[in-house]
Ligand binder design. Structure first.
Ligand SMILES: Nc1ncnc2c1ncn2[C@@H]1O[C@H](COP(=O)(O)OP(=O)(O)O)[C@@H](O)[C@H]1O
Ligand SMILES: O=P(O)(O)OC[C@H]1O[C@](O)(COP(=O)(O)O)[C@@H](O)[C@@H]1O
Length: 305
């Protein structure tokens, strides 16, 4: 079973404003509410690709209920710990460029966090994979992912972690199945400028030396690199019109994991990952299975190392 862990879910409120006037009254030309948060996005894509999974995390208030209802409608299995606070709302403003304003997230009590740890540990087995991604509500503290990684290790379960900075570095030595920094996050992690393929590949290999089993380095419309123990691959993103890139990275993780859990070679899983990321970037909501399969035929990874 794959478990996704969204410690800080969100309603993604996508707002389109033509000719934004800061300081003035603006009217929306279009708006859309989506259940969001990185693990939830991974769960939605995995479910669309027919991969059994359960979304874990915290959900509270009218916003939490909205997310749970939407996931139920889509038949995504979710088992959230109920919290007293309201799940956050993240604003994705489309006014020419995309601007994101993400909430801090609600307060999580000690009892609520203990309930989540208990939920995870009670069912976790060695054949399971836990996907941990997204921000951590401030009240949980900076070490919560370390605790989750420790629980996975104790159970012998695999884990994927999509986080940045020190938390990512600490997780690497525990041998994550996959990490997926984007090129900005990778540059910041190692304090370098990613201005050539050689530097990107060297940084990707460093992630493996530090413990990652696979590293995806995503570069939005420029595609991605896969660094695997046996080889390094690069794939261009297929051409298309970007509509909403929120969730593209999560879709890529889900596509890659779907491939790996179906027993595909890493390079084939990479094709599915790139296709899923781009298919989501070309959609208002997350990509459908059909869109992913259609784009997958146009992704041609090349071996570069
Ligand atoms: N504008 C885009 N055009 C085509 N593909 C895209 C676009 N944005 C994202 N993607 C696809 O989604 C993947 C992940 O996107 P990226 O923006 O790098 O991740 P993140 O959302 O984590 O920062 C990319 O590697 C690419 O395959
Ligand atoms: O937890 P964070 O870092 O605030 O990110 C949450 C946001 O990330 C998203 O999951 C999108 O993530 P990606 O674009 O990286 O795939 C949104 O749905 C959500 O609003």
């Amino acid at each position: 079973m794959i478990y996704t862990m969204t410690l800080n879910p969100s309603i993604d409120y996508i707002v389109e404003v033509k000719d934004l006037q800061l300081g003035g009254l603006n009217r929306m030309s279009r708006d859309l509410k989506l259940p969001g948060g990185k693990g939830i996005n991974v769960s939605r894509i995995l479910s669309r690709l027919g991969v059994p999974n359960t979304a874990l995390g915290f959900a509270g208030g009218f916003t939490g209920r909205y997310i749970e209802d939407k996931l139920r409608e889509e038949r995504v299995r979710a088992d959230f710990v109920p919290i007293t606070g309201d799940t956050r709302i993240n604003i994705k403003l489309k006014a020419g460029e995309e601007t994101e304003i993400n909430g801090l997230g609600p307060a999580i009590s000690a009892g609520e966090s203990a309930a989540l740890l208990q939920k995870l540990t009670s069912g976790l087995r060695a054949e399971d994979i836990v996907v941990m991604s997204g921000s951590v509500p401030p009240s949980l503290g900076g070490g919560f992912y370390d605790e989750l990684v420790g629980l996975c290790e104790t159970a012998g379960a695999g884990f994927v972690i999509d986080t940045t900075g020190e938390a990512l570095l600490r997780a690497l030595s525990h041998r994550p199945l996959l990490v997926k920094p984007n090129h900005h996050e990778l540059a910041e992690l190692f304090g370098v400028r990613l201005d050539s393929e050689e530097v990107i590949i060297a940084c990707g290999r460093r992630l493996l030396e530090l413990g990652a089993r696979h590293a995806l380095i995503s570069m939005a419309e420029q595609g991605a690199f896969l660094v695997a123990p046996e080889a390094v691959y690069c794939a261009q993103a297929p051409a298309g019109t970007a509509r909403n890139s929120a969730g593209a990275g999560d879709s890529m993780i889900a596509g890659f994991l779907a491939g790996l859990t179906r027993g595909e070679a890493a390079v084939e899983a990479f094709r599915t990952g790139v296709a899923a990321g781009s298919a989501t970037a070309f959609s208002d909501d997350l990509a459908t299975r059909e869109q992913i399969e259609e784009l997958r035929r146009r992704v041609e990874p090349a071996r570069v190392g």
